[in-house]
Design a protein around this ligand. Structure first.
Ligand code: FAD
Length: 559
């Protein structure tokens, strides 16, 4: 099963062909041979589905400082302000570059990029291409990458693990479409694997978004952080049997209203910003309103100009039409769904992880810029800016190390088992591994919108038993292992954080607790209790942790 890949002499491997991976490939191309691996059709990425747009402070009434202030407010006192600065200061330059490369954003009457407004932005700052902004950006980036002779792309290449040799990431293992395994060495590896929505039963994310990069990095010994912060988008299409197609927040930005089954607009009862309140508030309000009235919640646009609605949102209108719904006139049934993960592989502002040679950028990374909640339309910008920066940092990586694995993988030891201190005896006694659909259902019920200690403890215990014993040998076993790893890390982080902040809501700890919890929950493999908490404020109850999350971890007291 193990074949040496034909494409020897690769300098840089990029896992993922979304905005972060492609922008990095363009940056690396002049410096050596680049291999981009994607696990499905190349259009299948969160980038390809992004609708609303990309935020950048380019308007006359805007500034990087204002963009930073909105980002930090949305992040609920947990943003890494250095990372926010990088995003908002460099964002406009990289967006202008996209325009120079041929990205067709919508224009206003003066021919300047038309700027949309989305929730929690204090001004109009979202560039968009109809309601399919990600597809347009992806088109331009793929065209550019295709023209680069030093960049090779392999689709349907499922990367399952990082080869670590001498403490350094020195290659990847992947399965091709036929199920043959390949190991490819490289100087530096970038994880740009996108989101993890598929860890939950209800999600707006496409099938590729299973959080693989988090599992790969964790298994390779890298730190992962903030995984409890998952943004649940309030308005996914809620029609039985239909996919949870996203009904963009830009509709509410243009005046669409949420109504209950009696036709009453209800959001003003939950937040002063009503329909444009932060996403977590709107998502929980929808769930509560549906429970209170016993009926579904819908979005209505019937008070708006129908011609404008269908012109502004052609993709959403077409999708609704396929289901017999007229976007401009009919109520659109909506419900929350997992949408975006703020946490991920812990990186600095150059995409460097805690493992030399391993980089991460885009949704899979955690620079800390989103804090506890992402400001809408900041994630495409993040992929663009940090993809470019990771490429710059990767240029400094030394020549490839020999590809001999460190013992941890050669032993076939289960890293999650290590994190627990022992192999799970239940598996040894023959427990069946949980089906992936069961894992997703479990996560939706216990680690979704409303979380409690009881539910999360049950989830963590079940996930501990979900592992398949032994080292995977097939692609399907790896898929299972990696999904369970991500689910388990996420549930565990959510269990640890005994407060409510941003997108993380604990029904048993409904208030924010800055004194104890203005910290990042960081997980690394190998420790008995694989969680460190790193303080960003200097709070006194967490010994020795101060200021940054790069160097000063400390064991958190058992709670
Ligand atoms: C429906 C929807 C609408 C959105 N709208 C917006 C918006 O309007 N504005 C905004 O800023 N953000 C939006 N987002 C979020 C945004 O699209 C993503 O955060 C962003 O595109 C992520 O880009 P990325 O490059 O990090 O990853 P992605 O674009 O998700 O790309 C991931 C890539 O990794 C590959 N991959 C994954 N695992 C593996 C593996 N094991 N082996 C090989 N390849 C692998 C995939 O095949 C894919 O090519 C939206 C998301 C969704 C789902």
């Amino acid at each position: 099963m193990h074949a040496r890949d034909a494409s020897g002499g690769i300098d840089f491997i990029i896992v993922g062909g979304g905005i972060a991976g492609l922008r990095a490939a363009i940056g690396l191309a002049p410096a050596g041979r680049v291999l981009v691996l994607t696990k499905a059709e190349r259009a299948e990425s969160n980038t390809g589905y992004a609708q609303g747009g990309i935020a950048a402070a380019i308007g006359d009434d805007d500034s990087p400082a204002l963009h930073a202030a909105d980002t930090i407010r949305a992040g609920d006192h947990l943003c890494d302000e250095a990372a926010v600065s990088v995003l908002v200061e460099h964002g406009p330059r990289y967006v202008r570059e996209l325009i120079e490369w041929g990205t067709r954003f919508d224009r206003d009457a003066d021919g300047r990029p038309a700027l949309g407004r989305e929730a929690a932005h204090s001004v109009r700052r979202v560039l968009h291409a109809g309601d399919a902004t990600g597809r347009e950006i992806g088109r331009v980036l793929w065209e550019r990458v295709r023209a680069l002779p030093s960049v090779e792309t392999i689709d349907h290449a499922l990367v399952t693990d990082i080869v670590v040799a001498g403490g350094r990431a020195s290659g990847v293992g992947y399965f091709d479409l036929e199920g043959t395994r390949h190991d490819v060495p490289a100087r530096a590896i970038l994880l740009a694997t996108g989101g993890a929505g598929q860890v939950f039963r209800e999600t707006t994310n496409p099938a590729v978004a299973t959080g693989d990069g988090v599992a790969l990095a964790f298994d390779a010994g890298a730190r992962v952080a903030d995984l409890e912060f998952v943004q649940f988008h309030p308005t996914a299409l809620n029609r039985t049997g239909a996919p949870r197609f996203l009904i963009s927040e830009a509709l509410r930005g243009e005046g669409a209203l949420l109504v209950n089954d009696r036709g009453e607009a209800f959001m003003a009862r939950y937040h002063p910003d009503a329909d444009l309140a932060p996403r977590d508030i709107v998502a929980r309000a929808i769930a509560r309103e549906a429970e209170r009235t016993g009926g579904p919640v819908s979005l209505t646009l019937k008070h708006l100009d129908p011609a404008y609605v269908t012109r502004r949102f052609p993709t959403i209108a077409a999708m609704c039409a396929q289901l017999g719904i007229d976007l401009a006139r009919d109520p659109i049934p909506v419900a929350p769904a997992a949408h975006y993960i703020m946490g991920g592989v812990d990186t600095d502002e150059w995409g460097r992880t805690s493992v030399p040679g391993l980089f991460a950028a885009g949704e899979v990374a955690c620079t800390g810029l989103h804090g506890a909640n992402r400001l809408a339309s900041n994630s495409l910008l993040e992929g663009l800016v940090f993809g470019a920066r990771a490429a710059q940092a990767m240029l400094d990586a030394p020549r490839a190390a020999p590809m001999k694995r460190d013992r941890v993988m050669a032993d076939g030891s289960w890293l999650m088992a290590e994190a627990d201190g022992a192999n799970s005896p239940t598996n040894a006694l023959g427990h069946q591994p949980l089906a992936m659909t069961t894992v997703r259902d479990l996560m939706w019920r216990h680690a979704g919108l409303f979380r409690t200690r009881e539910g999360l403890t049950a989830a963590v215990e079940m996930l501990d038993r979900a592992r398949i014993a032994g080292l995977p040998s097939t692609a399907q076993e790896w898929r299972h292992r990696n999904l369970v790893t991500v689910a388990r890390l996420l549930a565990h982080a959510a269990l640890r954080r005994e407060e409510s902040r941003g997108a993380h809501f604990r029904a048993d700890f409904p208030e924010r607790d800055d004194r104890r919890w203005r910290v990042h929950v960081v997980e690394t493999k190998g420790a008995r209790d694989a969680t460190d908490a790193t303080d960003i404020t200097g709070a006194t109850d967490i010994t020795g942790a101060k200021d940054t999350k790069d160097t000063k971890d400390t064991e958190e007291e058992t709670r």
